[in-house]
Design a protein around this ligand. Structure first.
Ligand code: SF4
Length: 349
């Protein structure tokens, strides 16, 4: 139960938006209706992230009213936590496929992405964050990152900092990310900027933790406009949990190597490399990686090549140690303990 949604960026669960900001979103119905008409579509797939699934039937109702009677709308019931997580079964069987809540991980005509931005004001929490950031005259500026849900306010955030004298550094990390300044629960490359401090504006605790681990040399300030708190990312507790999992896996003989079949979560080469070098490793393919689904496998430990957040956020819920590929290398003695870092995911498919 994690990933970009609760943890991730592609994800709304993290932000708590569903609970705190019950509101009308802009579902971009006109754009969807236009696509249906242009393509003479009779089958339309709608995919929502977990936090917004309950809105699906009402959106389908609205679309039904705006389209001909021969158009069938189908709601994806598959779990969805990120833009990496398209329902490919439904996508292949529909003329128009709409993915709500995440920004595109890869441009394709097949999918209409409806991002669903947060309506939370960001200025008050940024004002508060100024007390925790190093002042502009004492630093080389500030890196600025946020999640897809707050991306609509990125210019406003930049302007806010610039007006207060900061040199704002931003970049688009890599092709897994849609926007400049965007981070995902598995990718913090946008924070790779020449500044000693980074301001993360967004909800949840998992994104900034990954960010702080990925950039240990930077002062990472979290301005959470959803829960209205400013904190400094502290990775200590998290690191201890990861060292604990590695330690418990050090005596493992039988390893389950998980290859995730979700379109944007497959790291075949990583899985293959482990299998080639460990005759006691078994490849397990699956889409949703959950403790229940792994319980019947009699393994001593697992290594997950799919979504890193499953490993780090849900790790303690699995019946055997669950490691990232980097942690696996430490556990089997290929890499030193000091090499422990956050498992990040680059590229698309
Ligand atoms: S793989 Fe990345 S984008 Fe996909 S759910 Fe996990 S953290 Fe989010």
């Amino acid at each position: 139960m994690s990933q970009d949604s609760e943890y991730s960026e592609g994800d709304l669960r993290n932000t708590g938006m569903r609970l705190k900001h019950d509101r009308e979103w802009d579902y971009e119905l006109e754009e969807i209706v236009d696509a249906i008409e242009q393509r003479d579509a009779t089958k339309v797939g709608l995919q929502f992230p977990e936090g917004l699934k309950r809105r699906g039937p009402a959106v389908a109702d609205d679309l039904r009213e705006l389209t001909d009677d021969d158009v069938t709308f189908m709601l994806s019931g598959q779990p969805c936590y990120g833009a990496c997580d398209l329902d490919t079964y439904l996508m292949k069987r529909t003329d128009v496929f709409v993915h709500f809540g995440h920004s595109p991980m890869k441009d394709t005509d097949k999918v209409i992405y409806v991002p669903l931005f947060s309506n939370v004001e960001i200025t008050p929490i940024m004002e508060e964050a100024l007390d925790t950031l190093e002042p502009p005259e004492e630093t080389d500026g500030v890196g600025l990152v946020t999640t897809a849900q707050h991306m609509n306010r990125y210019d406003e955030m930049t302007e806010f900092l610039e007006d207060r004298g900061y040199d704002v550094h931003s970049r688009r990390g890599d092709e897994r990310l849609t926007h400049e300044g965007q981070v995902l629960g598995c990718n913090y490359a946008s924070a790779d900027v020449p500044a000693e401090q980074v301001l993360y504006v967004g909800g949840g605790k998992f994104h900034p933790l990954g960010l702080a681990m990925e950039h240990p040399d930077k002062h990472v300030v979290i301005a959470d406009p959803v829960n209205n708190v400013v904190t400094v990312a502290d990775t200590e507790k998290f690191m201890k949990q990861r060292y604990g999992a590695i330690h418990r896996a050090m005596d493992a003989e039988k390893w389950g190597v998980i290859f995730c079949t979700k379109i944007g979560q497959g790291r075949w080469e990583t899985a293959e490399e482990i299998l080639e070098n460990n005759e006691n490793a078994y490849l397990i393919t699956m889409d949703e990686v959950t403790p229940d689904r792994l319980r019947n496998f009699d393994m001593d430990a697992f290594v997950n090549t799919g979504c890193p957040r499953i490993t780090t956020d849900d790790g303690p819920q699995f019946h055997k140690p669950m490691l990232t590929p980097g942690e696996y290398r430490i556990a089997v003695g290929d890499d030193p303990l000091e090499s422990l870092s956050f498992d990040t995911f680059h590229g698309t498919w």
